[in-house]
Design a protein around this ligand. Structure first.
Ligand SMILES: [Zn+2]
Length: 320
């Protein structure tokens, strides 16, 4: 039996409820929407979370769709869905909270005596993440970016943990794999493993939308993973060829209007102009150039850009 706050979940249960951890100024409970299916057969406790960034919508829809269709009598293990981790950010339609300005996916594992977002993160790690065996942290491009389906796992000094992360990443069936450095402290895919729980990230969609094709892509990657770990029947899809990339987002050094010249997954050469920033008079202030040969993993699609904002992520081809 699992317990989340005051709610117990036992084999055969299918429940959705709010796990409250504090209150809003107006007296409403504030916490985490939980959508749980406890299978009647043994298996892993899988966390699938969305919208730790509040402007990413496809993940929650995928989680809700899977929860609706899962039958506890046929499920091995437990599906722990959290369609929106950062509710205040979701309410504002923003990446981070507008209450304290904090990006929750940079300050994990949070602080018991910190600002609102830090306290939410603190309770989330203890009351949700710690009760799971493994997890998928779902993202998208949010309001300002579009991102091609890509799965991310982090390098670890602990190679046994890294292997678990790679296995999880490959189980999603996504062909584009970004092995990131381990230095991004505060992120779920670093702090989950730091707490002993293998967690990977998958990113699909964005532009402030919730398009069905991206909802389905997120659903597919979760179902592939659940098939691989024998939680549900079926044969997972595996890509014909995996593309491993490295790199990260490039920021800009001036504000203006951003325009892209590329599509997601376009192949580019080092030094090629992939985007431009012009001023109000149409004069080009900055050209964004590909830092290496590679392909476009993600790019900004929102016009207004500030100095320091992300423009594009060119994935450099890498070994596994
Ligand atoms: Zn995100």
């Amino acid at each position: 039996m699992l317990k989340f706050g005051k709610v117990s979940v036992k084999p055969g249960d299918k429940k959705k409820f709010l796990l409250p951890v504090t209150k809003t100024p107006g007296g409403q409970d504030l916490g985490f929407p939980m959508m749980i299916v406890h299978g009647t057969h043994d298996g892993p406790v899988l966390l699938v979370e969305g919208a730790i960034h509040g402007d990413e919508y496809e993940s929650g829809e995928a989680i809700r769709a899977i929860w609706r269709d899962l039958d506890p009598a046929k499920l091995h293990g437990v599906f722990v869905g959290v369609p929106v981790v950062n509710v205040p950010a979701f309410e504002a339609g923003r990446r981070g909270s507008i209450i304290d300005g904090i990006n929750m996916n940079r300050i994990l594992p949070g602080r018991k005596d910190g600002f609102l977002t830090e306290q939410l993160a603190y309770h989330y790690m203890r009351e949700v993440v710690a009760k799971c065996d493994m997890g998928v942290d779902l993202h998208g491009g949010g309001t300002v970016l579009a991102i091609s389906p890509v799965v991310i796992y982090r390098e670890r000094e602990d190679k046994a943990m890294e292997q678990k992360l790679r296995d999880l990443a490959y189980a999603t069936g996504i062909d584009l794999v970004w092995k990131g450095g381990g230095a991004w402290g505060g992120c779920m895919n670093v702090e989950g493993p730091n707490a002993g729980i293998p967690v990977i990230t998958a990113e699909v969609g964005g532009e402030g939308r919730c398009l069905e094709e991206f909802v389905q892509a997120q659903r597919k990657l979760i179902e592939n993973l659940m098939m691989t770990y024998k939680m549900i029947p079926g044969t997972p899809e595996t890509p014909r060829k995996r593309i491993n990339v490295r790199g990260s987002f490039q920021s800009c050094s001036t504000g203006g209007l951003y325009r892209t010249k590329k599509q997601l997954r376009d192949r580019v050469k080092k030094g090629e102009v992939v985007g431009t920033i012009c001023d109000l008079f149409g004069d080009i202030l900055e050209e964004i150039k590909a830092p290496s040969d590679g392909l476009i993993v993600s790019q900004r699609t929102f016009g207004t850009i500030h100095c320091g904002d992300w423009t594009i992520f060119v994935g450099a081809f890498a070994d596994e």
